[in-house]
Design a protein. Structure first.
Length: 90
C-alpha cells in the first residue's frame, strides 16, 4: 500500500507538460480530498526533477509557492506553453 506522500508524488508525476492541477485536485486524486495543505507540504520537500511540482497551483488563481523560487516556477510554466500565468501574489 502506498503512503500519502507516495500517492501525491505519483499524481504530480503524471501531470502533463503544459497542464496544471490545484493542490486540492492533487489531494482528491491522492485519496484525501481535504488534504490540500498536506499536498503542499509534500511537494515543498520534493527535489526530484522527475516530479514536476511546478505544475501545481492554488485554487484561488494564485501561483503558489515553489521550493526553487517563484521566478523559476513561472519560467518553467511559460516554457511548457502555459500562456496565462497564474497571478503571482499570495
Amino acid at each position: 500500500m502506498l503512503t500519502f506522500t507516495q500517492k501525491v508524488k505519483s499524481v504530480v508525476a503524471k501531470i502533463s507538460k503544459g497542464k496544471v492541477l490545484t493542490y486540492g485536485e492533487v489531494a482528491r486524486k491522492s485519496g484525501r480530498p481535504r488534504a490540500a495543505r498536506a499536498v503542499g507540504k509534500v511537494i515543498n520537500k520534493n527535489y526530484d526533477p522527475k516530479i514536476p511540482c511546478h505544475r501545481v497551483a492554488r485554487s484561488d488563481g494564485k501561483i503558489g509557492d515553489y521550493n526553487r523560487g517563484i521566478k523559476l516556477k513561472i519560467t518553467k510554466l511559460k516554457n511548457e506553453g502555459i500562456k496565462n500565468i497564474i497571478k503571482k501574489s499570495y
